[in-house]
Design a protein around this ligand. Structure first.
Ligand SMILES: Cc1cc2nc3c(=O)[nH]c(=O)nc-3n(C[C@H](O)[C@H](O)[C@H](O)COP(=O)(O)O)c2cc1C
Length: 426
């Protein structure tokens, strides 16, 4: 059944344009050793013009984060950085399908938010197909499948999130289904392993199968494994150790694919000059410094000169335009103020401002009035200063040790290659 569907999809897949990285920009590691290109890729050469070509490459992206990277946060993020790629929160395919009459609430975004990637979660092929088709008209720049979420709510129910890593052939099918229903490129976000399935070879088998049997050319690697032993999602982002050496070995062993590194990156210095860096928590908790340096330090753009006061003025217009639009006070002032905390991280007045905002939530009726009542807690010097260039000229290579710890090169097992070729040419 699976095989039949996979074959069918491979035949009907549209030809796509998968962008290639300039190899010298790939995190400074040699990628000269070439793996044999699988027939799928030889037969599907790039042709069509993609939306993403209007944008600079995703050298820096903000990670998908449930309840954090919503429209409000992304509005703030885009006011601070013009070039960072922004991921949505994960949206379950089922949510999109069941909310077909209410899609704007879940999928609409203002045009300024490009480049933007929709992350989908799910394991039902029909729903993934339909959800992607419904999302297609919104013009996302890439569609990403979540294969990394360890939440018991997600991973424990019907092979969803990181559990999908245990079934790479199914992921390949899912990626074929997604790709067949969108005009955008597709990508996978995954961990480096799950529980005891944490060898480099198993990770490579996953990457090899998914990339060989589907049009997936881009993988975002959260460089720690997931533990499905009931620990909380937050602990699953802390307890399993980061193994960047797996990431660098993937660059070595799959030079025709594109890999974005994720996990534990907390300053622009660590990301500077690298290709494909995704930052999550640091881009949320300290958005001003982290995102404020992206355009200059990563994309080489001239300083924008933007100040927090200007960001707040523009955000205020957005916030009052969406306040309560979904009824029942949704979104409320709390939802709209939440993404602003990262603008003042570590600055004088931050704590006082948060306390004043907390009190003002009870009586303020508009975002504007809340800001007028509270913003004096933040000194003018903070509000009117531009982003400070925190990138240093002597870059600390956080990954140096990992590059010395690379696992042995991967060789796809003969029988796997044969099996996949039989599938494709049957
Ligand atoms: C609050 C929160 C929600 C998250 N939600 C998602 C999600 O929806 N999809 C996903 O792939 N990863 C999710 N993640 C994981 C992040 O995308 C990222 O992989 C992880 O935080 C490691 O990156 P960091 O160390 O830069 O934060 C979430 C992380 C946080 C903190």
């Amino acid at each position: 059944m699976h095989c039949f569907l996979l074959l069918h999809l491979l035949i009907v897949l549209p030809k796509k344009n998968y962008r290639r990285l300039p190899s010298k920009l790939v995190c400074g590691i040699s990628t000269t050793k070439s793996r044999k290109l699988h027939p799928y890729h030889q037969k599907n050469q790039p042709h069509s013009t993609m939306v993403v070509e209007q944008y600079l490459p995703p050298w820096f992206s903000v990670a998908p984060m449930m309840e954090w990277t919503d429209n409000h946060y992304r509005t703030v993020a885009r006011l601070v950085s013009k070039h960072a790629w922004l991921y949505t929160e994960m949206l379950a395919a089922e949510t999109i399908v069941y909310q077909e009459k209410n899609l704007d609430r879940f999928l609409a975004f203002p045009p300024e938010q490009h480049p933007i990637v929709l992350q989908i979660g799910g394991s039902n092929l029909e729903n993934l197909a339909k959800a992607t088709r419904l999302a297609n008209k919104y013009g996302y720049d890439e569609i990403n499948l979540n294969c990394g979420c360890p939440s018991p709510k997600v991973a424990g129910h019907g092979c969803f999130g990181v559990t999908l890593m245990l079934d790479p052939k199914f992921v390949a099918e899912a990626m074929c289904v997604i790709a067949a229903n969108t005009d955008a490129p597709v990508s996978v976000k995954c961990r480096i392993g799950v529980d005891d399935h944490d060898s480099y070879e198993e990770l490579c088998d996953f990457i090899y199968k998914v990339s060989s049997l589907s049009p997936t050319r881009h993988f975002v690697i959260h460089s720690r494994k997931a533990l499905l032993n009931g620990i909380s999602p937050a602990d699953n982002r802390k307890i399993p150790p980061l193994k960047y050496e797996y990431f660098y070995a993937l660059l070595r062993d799959f030079p025709d694919l594109r890999f974005t590194i994720n996990g534990g990156i907390s300053s622009i210095d660590e990301a500077k000059g690298a290709h494909g860096v995704m930052v999550g928590r640091a881009a949320y908790h300290n958005s001003w410094t982290m995102l404020g340096n992206v355009d200059t330090a990563i994309y080489g753009a001239p300083p924008s000169g933007v100040t927090r006061r200007q960001v707040l003025e523009k955000y205020q217009v957005y916030a009052d335009s969406v306040l309560g639009i979904y009824g029942n006070g949704k979104p409320g002032l709390r939802d709209l103020v939440k993404p602003l905390y990262g603008l003042f991280w570590g600055e004088p007045g931050n704590g006082v401002w948060k306390r004043k905002a907390d009190a003002a939530f009870h009586h303020c009726k508009t975002f504007k009035s809340l800001m007028e009542e509270t913003i004096m807690a933040i000194p003018d010097s903070v509000l009117d200063s531009t982003v400070v260039d925190t990138s240093s000229t002597t870059r600390v290579d956080k990954f140096a040790d990992s590059k010395n710890l690379l696992p042995l090169p991967y060789t796809a097992k003969e029988e796997e290659q044969q099996e996949e070729e039989e599938l494709l040419f049957a």
